[in-house]
Design a protein around this ligand. Sequence first.
Ligand SMILES: NC(=O)c1ccc[n+]([C@@H]2O[C@H](COP(=O)([O-])OP(=O)(O)OC[C@H]3O[C@@H](n4cnc5c(N)ncnc54)[C@H](OP(=O)(O)O)[C@@H]3O)[C@@H](O)[C@H]2O)c1
Length: 243
Amino acid sequence: MSEKTLLLTGASRGIGHATVKHFHAAGWRIFTASRQDWAAECPWAEGLLNHFHLDLEDIDSVNDSLAVIKAKLGGRLDALVNNAGISPKGPEGARLGVLQSDYATWIKVFNVNLFSTALLARGLFEELSAAKGSIINVTSIAGSRVHPFAGVAYSTSKAALCALTREMAFDFGRQGIRVNAIAPGEIETSILSEGTADIVERLVPMSRLGKPEEVASLVYFLCTSGASYVNGAEIHVNGGQHV
Ligand SMILES: NC(=O)c1ccc[n+]([C@@H]2O[C@H](COP(=O)([O-])OP(=O)(O)OC[C@H]3O[C@@H](n4cnc5c(N)ncnc54)[C@H](OP(=O)(O)O)[C@@H]3O)[C@@H](O)[C@H]2O)c1
């Protein structure tokens, strides 16, 4: 099998959906995982067969599904993109600070945004190793500064995901697996809050939202030979919002 293989979580919309379309256009074989069913408008015929119905909040089901995923992958995986993420909000989209965040919120966010990514990487280590593959973790600008709409559980999970990227880059580098993160700013998807237009106006030098395709092309580049010495990096894709 000469076709390269991608497994991406959270492919059903937003950045994930744009990313699987980008990889498919480049000739990769696509495996997807999310809670929703595979979207019929996806332009690849094998999509339904290669979609895993997976709730990353339920860590037992992540562990249980590894055998099925491994069987489908058939021994090698060129790219694992940990893209799925949740950012719970309070009433009317309010930021959930420490005082507004209960234990259930912390656990839910960390299961989806952090713990499941480490367990998938551990579970698929053999396949990634066989392909000398890449892992891309989708972090956030909120992982390195306070964001007006991102809650504390979300922001700290993304900061931890950046640290996990560094740790895995160290642990997996000798096996030829590169591990990097991309940190989006304000990208036009359903995760955005009302009021984002104000942030864009005040804080983004390019004065516009990013498009999911502009993130997808960076994820793709990091999984190609053009990025063969990039390991343990977190790359910002935010129109200069971090400057
Ligand atoms: N858009 C932005 O401006 C922005 C900025 C910074 C970082 N990010 C990060 O970029 C990533 C993608 O965000 P997006 O904007 O594309 O978000 P989105 O449009 O809300 O899509 C999120 C994806 O994650 C999946 N997902 C959510 N909960 C899940 C669960 N429990 N189990 C499995 N899949 C789950 C969803 O699929 P199902 O609903 O089908 O499960 C969906 O496909 C996230 O990690 C997010 O934190 C986005």
